[in-house]
Design a protein around this ligand. Sequence first.
Ligand code: PAF
Length: 283
Amino acid sequence: MISARTADDLRARIREWRVRENRIAFVPTMGNLHAGHLRLVRHARAIADRVVVSIFVNPMQFGPTEDFTRYPRTLEADRAALMEADADLLFVPDVEVVYPRGPEQTTRVEVPGLGDILCGASRPGHFAGVTTVVAKLFNLVQPDTVVFGEKDYQQLVIIRRMVEDLNMPIGIEGIATVREPDGLAMSSRNRYLQAGERATAPHLYQLLCEVRNQLVAGERNYAAVERAALEALARLGFEPDYVSIRRAADLASPGAADQVLRVLGAARLGATRLIDNIGISIA
Ligand code: PAF
């Protein structure tokens, strides 16, 4: 596996592959790789000739009181895992490579509306930080396909919209969330959980499953279901942010005719903000 730290190093290698008409799949990450990330890399391996992975903890998507400085950085373990998963190139730029004028002065890419709801409402500027860095990474890597996890479902929908709006010739693939045996969605932030919080954390997923069961059984009072789920989370010791039933394709509030839905939830446990979501098909 080759490593590149600068845009020039990366571009030189991409150019060679493009000349050979290699298909390139790309997995952007912030590192601290777990089985969820490695499933994305394995999927990329299966669909392309060349697999590029980036590790960049993007300061622009963290709020001033968020965990940018303590976000886990485990480059050597990540590198070993990526070699094992047969990635071809690891791009690990410094902040100055991605933002030569600093994150404040960079041209921004923003998806209006979709970036302001759900997690965007409680993390202002977060999705603008994500779409800006992802657009830059797409321009650098020039992939045919990019693979994202469905764990960050709102991020996935926003990136699909960005690619469509900006006519980027890139396919976006979403891969199902990888879970711990007790149902907790794998996330780099799970390591922040204290022992008691770790025992409570899987209840978020269990609650989303209960919401799904109610809708599949015919319940259509979405507001009441959401309210009850929020109350249940609070009783379990979470500080809930939202539980929301949305149309899967565009995260709009579902109408009576909508059948493909997504239930999304976010809640804090101590210092850790957890998010999760599941798909629902109703007849
Ligand atoms: O999902 C993530 O890890 C990040 O938001 C991403 C897409 C790598 C952008 O920094």
